[in-house]
Design a protein around this ligand. Sequence first.
Ligand code: AMP
Length: 396
Amino acid sequence: MTARVLVLNCGSSSIKYRLLDMGDGEVLASGLVERIGEESSLLVHRGTSRIERPGSCATHAEGMRAVLDAFAEAGPSLEGITAVGHRVVHGGSRYSTPVLIDDGVEQAIEELSPLAPLHNPANLTGIRVAREAFPGPPHVAVFDTAFHQTMPPASYLYAVPREWTDEGVRRYGFHGTSHAYVSRAAAGLAGRSLAETNTIVLHLGNGASASAVRGGVCVDTSMGLTPLEGLVMGTRSGDLDPALIPYLVRTRKMSVDEIDDALNTRSGLLGLCGANDMREVWRRVDAGDADAAEAVEVATQRVKKYVGAYYALLGRLDCIAFTAGVGENDHRTRALSLAGLHPLGIELDPAANAVRSAEPRTISTPGSAVRVMVVPTNEELEIAGQTLAVALGQRT
Ligand code: AMP
């Protein structure tokens, strides 16, 4: 039997999971438990058969028990799985590669929680619960920040007092497993060796980030100390003038927590036009909503600015790869983000761009110097692959 890896992604109130056959990447089972800790939780399991079950999982431990029950009831069996891979949002400067989890790694993830207060504690809870539930297979932490650890100081340093930097204030970047997977897949789709391919990855989902990848190595990315910086997102502002914060404190008498919440959950597309789901934003644009039209302009212009900046940084650009919910599905966002870049050798083919497909594909003209493509991301497969490599390394 080929190796099978269980990938777990524990959020503050959810557990998402996927069981992968590493021979061919087939998804053997997937599912999620959502609304953990709320009045009624919901488990959806797609295994040998499908289960959809309301429940009352008060804790992640109960949620994990429900997942194990679902596997026992609706298959496939988890017996003999090779490894369990955990998505961990923040690995700080400490982790540039995935690691086998032991008590020390758990402690490090806990110590990094101030940098990702919404994510790391939930990831850690998931790890603790899963290690108890599955004591057999090795557990591996795969960090969202790890791929970006190759950035040079010119990219990761903020121009702030050195003592802040010494305490960990710097750009880390996120969505790293997606940027790693997509940049590799883009080189493959272009028929080029990864080492000789320069790519800008545009991960445009509810969260959004761009990265500049030279020969498979990340040289810059748009998210920073936290996932708030950079592109305009569903509910996050992305880049803004940091002086806005003292301004709000002084004029609106807002607390730090209120500002933090507003910039993370009430800004971005939602702040600009009242909708954070891109499909709804377009519905409003099509109905003549001026705010929605402006929201699209702000968001796509921001993408374009990053494309220009990263092109300059890379010096030579071979590929631009769109990925994630918006990047994979929204041809209008793709077209606006790259509109007018013909002089830079970036030329979309409108017909190819309009094709709807779940496959990786090229959407630039044959004459475009830069190959533009849509590459569906597969973070779970990337996490599973990295997990397996660590698990096998550990055994030999
Ligand atoms: P993600 O965070 O990667 O799951 O992406 C979620 C975002 O993708 C949401 O804003 C969705 O509205 C957007 N999305 C999904 N499908 C489409 C589509 N067909 N057209 C435009 N946006 C889409």
